[in-house]
Design a protein around this ligand. Structure first.
Ligand SMILES: Nc1ncnc2c1ncn2[C@@H]1O[C@H](COP(=O)(O)OP(=O)(O)OP(=O)(O)O)[C@@H](O)[C@H]1O
Length: 521
């Protein structure tokens, strides 16, 4: 009964400790990840961060239970056995105890190699996880393009690489165990020979030798076990190194901040803005424009010119390398990031949906919004109709395993979020994906409501949006090529005129309607 209870508590407590440690590391790592700047995600594969949260976390959890226990328990066992053996024959006990330093030497040597291998292995596991993530998230593309074979090949190559380091790790661990056992066996043989000599010379009885040999096992196996545990500890320390590396990364915030919307907005001045994602390539050069409260500003220009980059800087996702941005006459460099972000609602082109209910997805706009406010935002975003038609309405689950919404429906959820946020400046990256007429009409109406009375900066693709703007800023190769209203820019016959002609002229000859509905090309 006592043994059964002992086994129960031993297993239960070890798993409890391991689980608590893993949970705490998982949460601390995620807290850190949430505070990392966007640039970190440009340079690191998400698979790497995933392995920190899974494999590395697992290794540390194990080390904190089984390994740590054996590192504490085994020396105590060895020490008590040693004291007992001393009472039988102190000379033989000292010879026998030499097993200790020898196994520790073996454990230390192999442990270093194991730690290095574990670093290399986890790096490859990170790569493999990233490849797997990409494959799982791209079924809409790899199936029509018939990429199954190519993806399998890429995955197999990465998997082979992981397997190579796993097998190498197994070999090192096996060598460590074999060497520790060999040391144990050697110590047994030496003790037996010396013991036999002591017995023959009369300084030890046969009974004493038999008792000694039976008991010495309790001295040698804790040490051989210690060598394996040492190896495991080294692998866990490798995992801890990687987690600490993430923990030491530079963050945007020291702790998860509280965000609040800033309702007061009078103007924004962007003066001589310069920026490059890397020091070797400049993306924005001396970009300047002013925005007054209530204005609609359209950013247009050829692809890759830097329009989205301007949004990223306004949202504080990247720091400008030169120039100034002032909001209400205050330089954004002197603001906290949460204060800066509090001026904006952002509607991206790609509508990101989280797993959770439709209600939760809309409430991302303002987490403390009431049910009435959520319903009203859905109504204004023309989303209420389709939400109420769903069997579970606002409680319908989205994301993996949940409902899949159409492109237009997702856009309307995104608009509802922005309406709920009710920030004074709207940053809108107009969608280029074509919707059917009815869906387009519903999205357009929702956007009109969202923009009404709100300062708006739009990365514009639709001709109608551009024509209605108070100011059009044409961005080309990271510079402001032209600024002005639609008519003024057409008259000046610059880049805007060329882009406009490109979408308008041919159809104008035919039906008086634009050839393309998006602008610019
Ligand atoms: N995270 C990044 N790291 C490095 N370069 C980037 C990054 N994001 C964008 N770029 C580069 O910056 C340049 C400007 O990109 P940006 O997305 O701002 O252009 P854009 O005018 O919005 O283009 P589009 O109209 O096609 O969306 C491009 O050459 C792009 O390759």
């Amino acid at each position: 009964m006592a043994t059964a209870a002992n086994v129960y508590w031993d297993t239960y407590l070890k798993s409890k400790v391991s689980s608590k440690v893993r949970k705490s590391i998982r949460i601390d790592t995620l807290k850190k990840v949430l505070c990392l700047p966007v640039s970190h995600f440009d340079d690191h594969h998400s698979g790497e961060l995933l392995t920190r949260m899974t494999n590395d976390n697992q290794a540390i959890g194990k080390a904190c239970s089984d390994t740590m226990l054996s590192l504490i328990r085994n020396p105590i066992l060895a020490l008590s056995s040693f004291i007992y053996l001393l009472t039988i024959n102190w000379k033989l006990a000292i010879i026998c105890a030499l097993v200790g330093p020898m196994t520790l030497l073996v454990g230390g040597g192999f442990g270093k190699v194991l730690r290095h291998n574990s670093q290399l292995l986890q790096h490859r596991v990170g790569g493999l996880t990233s490849v797997l993530q990409e494959i799982l998230g791209s079924s809409q593309i790899f199936k029509p393009f018939g990429l199954e074979k190519k993806l399998l090949q890429t995955f197999t190559q990465n998997s082979d690489d992981v397997s190579k380091f796993e097998i190498r790790g197994g070999k090192i661990q096996a060598s460590l165990s074999a060497a520790a056992n060999a040391v144990g066996l050697l110590s047994f043989i030496v003790t037996f020979i010396v013991g036999a000599y002591f017995t023959a010379s009369g300084s030890m009885t046969v009974g004493g030798l038999i008792a000694f040999i039976q008991l010495m096992n309790h001295l040698t196996w804790p040490f051989t076990g210690l060598a394996s545990s040492w190896g495991e500890l080294q692998q866990a320390l490798g995992a801890a190194d990687r987690i600490f590396k993430t923990m030491d990364e530079r963050t945007e915030f020291t702790d998860i901040p509280t965000h609040k919307v800033n309702h007061e907005f009078t103007n924004m001045k962007v003066d001589g803005l310069s920026f490059g994602y890397t020091s070797s390539r400049s993306i924005l050069n001396n970009v300047s424009f002013h925005v007054e409260a209530g204005q609609k500003i359209a950013l247009v220009g050829p692809s890759g010119g830097g329009k989205t980059t301007i949004f990223k800087i306004l949202l504080g996702l990247y720091e400008p390398s030169g120039g100034d941005i002032q909001i209400n006459e205050n330089n954004i460099r002197d603001m906290k990031l949460q204060e800066l972000r509090g001026y904006f609602s952002f509607v991206p082109q790609e509508n990101v949906m989280y797993s959770g209910t439709i209600r939760e997805n809309i409430a991302c706009g303002r987490l403390d919004a009431s049910e009435e406010e959520i319903v009203a935002a859905a109504g204004d975003a023309n989303a209420l109709g389709f939400i109420l038609e769903l069997p579970e309405g606002f409680d319908t689950h989205m994301g993996e395993g949940g409902i899949r919404l159409s492109g237009g429906q997702k856009q309307r959820i995104s608009i509802a979020r922005a309406l709920l946020r009710n920030a004074p400046v709207l940053l809108l990256d107009e969608a280029t994906a074509a919707l059917d007429n009815e869906s387009e009409r519903l999205v357009q109406k929702a956007l009109e409501r969202l923009m009404a009375g709100r300062t708006t900066i739009i990365i514009a693709h639709k001709l109608s949006t551009v024509q209605q703007a108070d100011q059009i800023i044409v961005i080309q190769n990271g510079r402001v090529a032209e600024k002005g209203r639609h008519d003024e820019l057409l008259q000046s016959e610059g880049l805007y005129h060329t882009l406009y002609k490109g979408i308008y002229s041919e159809s104008h000859l035919k039906k008086g309607k634009p050839l393309y509905e998006t602008f610019p090309l």
